[in-house]
Design a protein around this ligand. Sequence first.
Ligand code: B12
Ligand code: SF4
Length: 574
Amino acid sequence: MPTPPAPHATPDPFPQFAPLPAPNVSHDPAQQLPPLGSNLKVLMVWPRFPPSFWGFEGVLEMLPERSVMPPLGLITVAALCPANWQIRLLDRAFEELRDEDLLWADLVMVSAMIAQRADTLAILDRARALHRRTFIGGPWASCQPDILLDHADHVLIGEAEEVFPAIASALEQGTAHRLYRVDDKPDMTHSPVPRFDLLRMDKYTSMSIQFSRGCPFQCEFCDIITIYGRRPRAKSPAQVLAELDALRRLNWHNEVFIVDDNFIGNQHKALALAQELKTWQERNGHPVSFYTEASIDLADKPELLAAMVEANFMYVFIGIETPSAEALKGSRKFQNLRGNIADQVRVIRESGLWVLAGFIVGFDSDDETIFARQLEFIHQTGITWAMAGVLQAPPTTALYDRMKREGRLIEDSQSTTNFSPPNFHTAMPLLPLLLGLAGLLRGLYAPHAYFSRAFRSIDSWQPRPSQHPPVMGWSYDLRALFSSMWHQGVRSNYRLAFWSFLFLIFRKWSRQPAKFWLGFMVLMSAHHFINYAQVAAAELEAHCRTMENTSTGPKNMRKPAATSITPAQSAARA
Ligand code: B12
Ligand code: SF4
């Protein structure tokens, strides 16, 4: 067992900000557990994810890092803990959890999203079997606390900033409750600098910071607005710069993901921050590059776009969802109906931000032509990293409530990802829906389709001189290049496409550092997208075969009509 780190003397978690107002927190008074005493030993555990497009597992195979991002929720809560608590953080992406680790701790704290369900329950159950006290919070706890109350001693619904200091002393004194529900959304100008020092920084390809929470829009399937609210709240630029300074002190000089639900939710605050970030970058020699998430109306804000580019944002994730106006209307994603999406993507790219996007099939108005329409749209816009999946109705959302009202909700669904059968009875029968999605994935990630989009999107991307890719050093870069040549150029089944694209990068972009960097990143990520799409498609098809073979398949099961996309059609399109 490794020696646990010495107790960390955390400074006052709110060093430079005003005192907190009293929070509106309610709790279940029914049961209290014994005191834990002071000087607690706390083990914070971030559960393992199943593989997904988001995990970039195929890229991590070729790099020394083990995960794409750290658990920002846990290190934020760590900064709210009393200074005399001794905290260890264990990330299950690359660390085993041993009984000794659990036995060391007085309190095991877990954060999770629904996608981490399996590992989360396993961790909580193991801790309980070893008589350890457990506390869970995060997005899953915020939307399905009842499930978690059966496995954890304490559950927090909502955000921790304004309440955790009081909960911590209640844990010490034995007055803590089992369930806390925080109704007020905290003022983020009181958020502490997260405890980045608890992280094994060399294990991550990017760091995360958060500027704002919440989103002003009202998409029916979205739980951001039910968990974090529709009124965007933000930290002050000074707080964000303090977090970046903390990362600098820890020698971080790679990408930083600003994990906001919608970075431009409050465009004035986003602009003010971007301007401050530009000055910070210039003062510090552009040590990091940024990426974030934003709504499509970013295209209509030239001043904000320019400021983001000057601050060294490189790319942006946008929830495009579907080319179907009917589906956008039906799901109340009105902001995507105000312009021509293909043009908006072009504007953003030509303004200096490369675009990646999310796509969804399975809306009530979708018929079996949707797969071909999605493929066509994504091909035309050249969106290379297209995160396509099936619609789910996350608990707490308006869609969840509607499905319940309409008697379509599958209450005991175990679906955790956008490739699991939806947790409601879809309007399109399940079989063509899942097979259509499988065909769409195969079409999108056929090697030639992927590299064709990659080339067109990078070619039309117009980075500015202010954009500086992160500098990792020659030895890191060479190691990545050789590893990629070995895994992709020698061992993969798309070798030819790999070598053609590699030569293209050197021939076309070797004098343009930003394009050269992105070209290489997109090349390496091909290993993830191409392989994972095949795995996901095969799993969907296997699932469909099982459904066909069982007489008790879901009630909306029907064989696909000829209009659904087949792997052969999608390959031909590519
Ligand atoms: C970064 C991120 C990711 C990263 C995760 C990597 C990482 N290490 O974090 C990546 C890109 C991999 C990812 C993937 C996915 N994600 Co994600 N992601 C986010 C995002 C944008 C930011 C997370 C974050 O850092 N937040 C900042 C911290 C500070 O906020 P927080 O975690 O909520 O923490 C606060 C409280 O919850 C509480 N708290 C948190 N933990 C704990 C623990 C204890 C003990 C206590 C007391 C309190 C507490 O205190 C904190 C401070 O107030 C969130 C959106 C969001 N606003 O959070 C979505 C979000 C978490 N993701 C979500 C989803 C759905 C996914 C995907 C399934 C998407 C998909 N379509 O495939 C995938 C899953 C991948 C898989 N393998 O299956 C949902 C989760 C919904 C849910 N109810 O579980 C969210 C909320 C966004 C959304 N609605 O779409 N995601
Ligand atoms: S724009 Fe994105 S974050 Fe905002 S409500 Fe819609 S899906 Fe949710």
